[in-house]
Design a protein around this ligand. Structure first.
Ligand code: ATP
Length: 268
């Protein structure tokens, strides 16, 4: 079956939101959709504008890692946000997007979980990665850019990620309309963002998030640059920190900034 068209027009038709993704920029190739969204921001682009690319020549992940996906296989998009709240609250938006992407995958009929803080996992493998970047000017948020890469129709994976990544297609054997996947993420994100704005924290989203948390009640290894340790994860608090209880009973709130969390025997 020929793949459904995926371009600016088809995306605009698919997205039914008030503000998220109502302006769409589409390119066959960019360096990274996050970098593109930042450039658009400097040119004055509005809150909710979306940058989508068929291929990224320099796709980025957290902590200087790379995001790679072949042409035609994925949704790679970055949304530009111009919130008027304090910069210290912005990292929570990465949790808001993680939840939204996980809910979108579930709406495609596939059981999804979240690996804290924001990887979406299916069958204990990563199907979506998220990268949030922010610029602050004179103490106020200039922009927040949230990039989201979802493995949709990937039929094979590069060797280096084969054991920890998957795609919607690899999970079900079906091909998916990327316009629909993208639209579902934005629809979920818009609703969740509006919930976040009400309290300026995750009070209204915490329960939904913790229900989808793959690490809940499980032993995790916190790869803290100051020293790795293990403990049992008990979900996120309203700031998005992961609550971990160490073997000696000490409870720590793990911030997403500099650490990765692993399952004891595998990626999740
Ligand atoms: P980790 O997933 O290792 O905990 P992270 O959450 O910081 O780290 P991201 O920033 O979301 O990861 O993404 C970067 C990582 O994702 C890379 O280290 C690479 O191993 C992996 N990766 C790259 N491309 C893909 C892809 N298409 N699908 C799944 N994983 C990928």
């Amino acid at each position: 079956m020929a793949e459904t068209m995926f371009d600016q027009t088809t995306i605009l038709h698919a997205v039914h939101t008030k503000w998220a993704g109502k302006t769409v920029h589409f390119a066959e190739e960019v360096d990274s959709t996050n970098e593109w969204a930042k450039r658009l921001s400097r040119e004055g682009e509005v809150h909710g504008a979306l940058a989508v690319a068929e291929f990224q020549s320099a796709g980025k992940g957290r902590l200087g890692r790379k995001w790679t996906a072949p042409v035609g296989s994925s949704v790679m998009m970055s949304i530009l946000l111009r919130p008027d709240f304090e910069p210290r609250l912005a990292p929570m938006l990465t949790i808001v997007m993680g939840l939204s992407a996980a809910q979108a995958v579930e709406r495609m009929g596939i059981k999804a979980c979240i690996k804290w803080p924001n990887d979406v996992v299916v069958s204990r493998k990563k199907i979506c990665g998220i990268l949030t970047e922010m610029s602050v000017k004179e103490g106020k948020i200039d922009y927040v850019v949230i990039g989201c890469g979802i493995n949709v129709n990937l039929e094979a994976l590069p060797e280096d990620i084969a054991d920890k990544a998957t795609s919607l297609c690899l999970e079900t054997g079906k091909t998916y309309d990327r316009n629909k996947v993208l639209a579902k993420v934005l629809e979920c994100f818009e609703g969740n963002y509006e919930q976040f704005e009400k309290t300026k924290d995750l009070t209204l989203l915490q329960e939904d998030y913790n229900r989808m948390l793959a690490n809940y009640g499980q032993t995790v290894r916190v790869l803290d640059p100051l020293g790795a340790y293990e403990g049992i994860a008990y979900g996120i608090n309203i700031s998005g920190e992961l609550l971990v209880e160490k073997a000696d009973g000490e409870r720590v709130c793990v911030g997403a900034g500099e650490v990765s969390v692993r399952g004891l025997y595998s990626y999740v």
